[in-house]
Design a binder for this molecule. Structure first.
Ligand code: ADP
Ligand code: MG
Length: 182
């Protein structure tokens, strides 16, 4: 068994079973710090309500994000897979156990050096165009992808931004290696 840490999930890989378990993580240290700030503010009830229900831009750290991001991304990933599995190059998610644990098909993530991966960027930007900057997280690391035949497979597709890119451009990644000569 191997363990890989992502941004919102920890992945336990079982080569003998051909599956991996994506377990939702909680950001406990940030939660603790934020809770202390909320308690000190003296408006505990209002601040807690805002943390969970107020619309915020993605980059803002909220309790909701610190506690629920892993679960939300696991659920998003499963629903997206069920809807798009035949049309897009996405790694199979077999089932989601309430978002806490997703059971997925094992893959061999790409492990390119930062320099090599940067060279792939021009190929990826050619496919996606400048909208790529809307989701730099997924394209930051080659480990978020694997290769299957000519397809560049997405392993990390739980975020809404990645899903929007996949809906618009995803099919082109089926022929990524053939078309780009990568
Ligand atoms: N199906 C899989 N098989 C093997 N390793 C995987 C699989 N899915 C993800 N991983 C590894 O686990 C890491 C974290 O998973 P990821 O989906 O990127 O989670 P996060 O959204 O938390 O970043 C990936 O970068 C990859 O290296
Ligand atoms: Mg990732």
């Amino acid at each position: 068994m191997r363990i890989e840490k992502g941004t919102a999930r920890t992945v336990f890989i079982f080569p003998s079973l051909n599956i991996a378990l994506k377990i939702a993580m909680f950001n406990l240290s940030s939660t603790k710090k934020l809770l202390i700030r909320i308690i000190k503010s003296g408006q505990i009830k209002k601040r807690l309500r805002d943390e969970f229900f107020l619309f915020t831009c993605d980059s803002k750290g909220t309790l909701k994000k610190y506690l629920l991001r892993g679960i939300t991304e696991n659920l998003n990933e499963y629903i997206f897979y069920v809807r798009h599995r035949k049309k897009l190059p996405i790694q199979p998610t077999y089932i989601s156990l309430f978002g806490i644990c997703n059971i997925v098909k094992i893959a061999s993530p790409l492990r390119l050096s930062d320099e090599a991966w940067r060279m792939w960027w021009s190929n990826i930007v050619n496919i996606i165009g400048c909208t790529i900057i809307k989701d730099p997280h997924i394209f930051e690391k080659s480990e978020n992808f694997s290769r299957e035949g000519d397809a560049l497979m997405f392993l990390d597709y739980g975020s809404k931004k990645t899903q929007a890119i996949l809906r618009t451009h995803g099919k082109k990644f089926f022929n990524f290696y053939k078309n780009t000569g990568a």
